[in-house]
Design a protein. Structure first.
Length: 277
């Protein structure tokens, strides 16, 4: 897929959280607009930022060239007001999509955070490129509560190719999570959204993920499954004989399954408890 890249000057970089992120976070931070990974199930496809774009999701990326400077300005203002700063990066893009390799917007923000750290930072990505920034993350974890959450929806590459053909391989993501864990960084595997996986999946995550986050398309698209339905996810599951994996109570079954391998306090269910308990 050809991708249109555009550099922009962003007026703001910290957005006050609402909705599903109102679970301990005060702000979201998106270094980019748009996402080259173009996952078929991505709820951002149903948000105004995409619906009125005129270019298919995955076909455009806006690079927030001044993100580091804007972050510095905004957090200084928040600190003067003595307000908490708990950041979720990112809610509508991936901070480690391929363009980050050259643009280094995310790295620049992390470097700035060493001087102006938030109280809490959760980095949500499916990009193994995050390995590049382990040096900065190791320093940052001494200054704030830091969690790196790697999206690993399945352990089956054939399933990934159906739902997220442009996303990095599962093997590369697991290896990145392993390196982060070895570096002493708190890690989380986000089984989000949960896609068909093998019975061995939890065992593969043991020893590399401190926490498991379970989410499904029926409860985790920010609209109780309505966005996923509009994206024809039930049909896509049915076409591939995966309908049993598209159930409203799937998260309950998955929680019981993962409890065989992880302690209860290490498992988090989307929208049912604070992310940072």
């Amino acid at each position: 897929m050809a991708i249109q890249f555009k550099e922009i000057q962003s007026k703001t970089i910290l957005t006050k959280t609402t909705g599903y992120l109102d679970i301990g976070f005060t702000h979201s931070l998106n270094p980019y607009a748009g996402c080259a990974f173009a996952c078929r199930y991505c709820y951002v496809r149903e948000l105004p930022i995409q619906k009125f774009k005129g270019t298919p999701w995955g076909g455009w990326v806006e690079i927030k060239r001044n993100a580091r400077e804007v972050y510095r300005r905004e957090i200084v203002k928040l600190r003067k007001k003595e307000l908490p700063v708990n950041i979720y990066m990112s809610s509508a893009t991936d901070p480690y999509q391929p363009v980050e390799r050259k643009a280094c917007i995310t790295r620049g923000i992390l470097e700035e955070m060493r001087a102006n750290p938030p109280d809490i930072l959760v980095i949500q990505t499916r990009g193994p490129l995050i390995e590049r920034d382990i040096d900065v993350l190791v320093q940052l974890k001494e200054q704030c509560t830091l969690i790196v959450s790697m999206t690993i929806e399945t352990d089956r590459e054939d399933v990934k190719r159906i739902f997220a053909p442009y996303a990095p391989s599962i093997k590369m993501r697991m290896e990145a999570l392993r390196k982060l864990h070895l570096a002493g960084i708190t890690t989380q595997a986000a089984v989000s959204p949960a896609l068909p996986f093998t019975p061995e999946f939890p065992k593969l995550l043991r020893g590399i993920a401190d926490y498991i986050w379970i989410d499904t398309l029926a409860i985790g698209d920010g609209a109780q499954g309505k966005r996923s339905s509009r994206l024809k996810m039930p049909q896509l599951f049915a076409e591939n004989n995966f309908s049993e994996w598209y159930q409203k109570d799937l998260h309950v079954k998955l929680e019981k399954f993962f409890k065989r391998h992880f302690q209860s306090e290490r498992i988090r269910i989307s929208r049912q408890e604070a992310f940072l308990n």
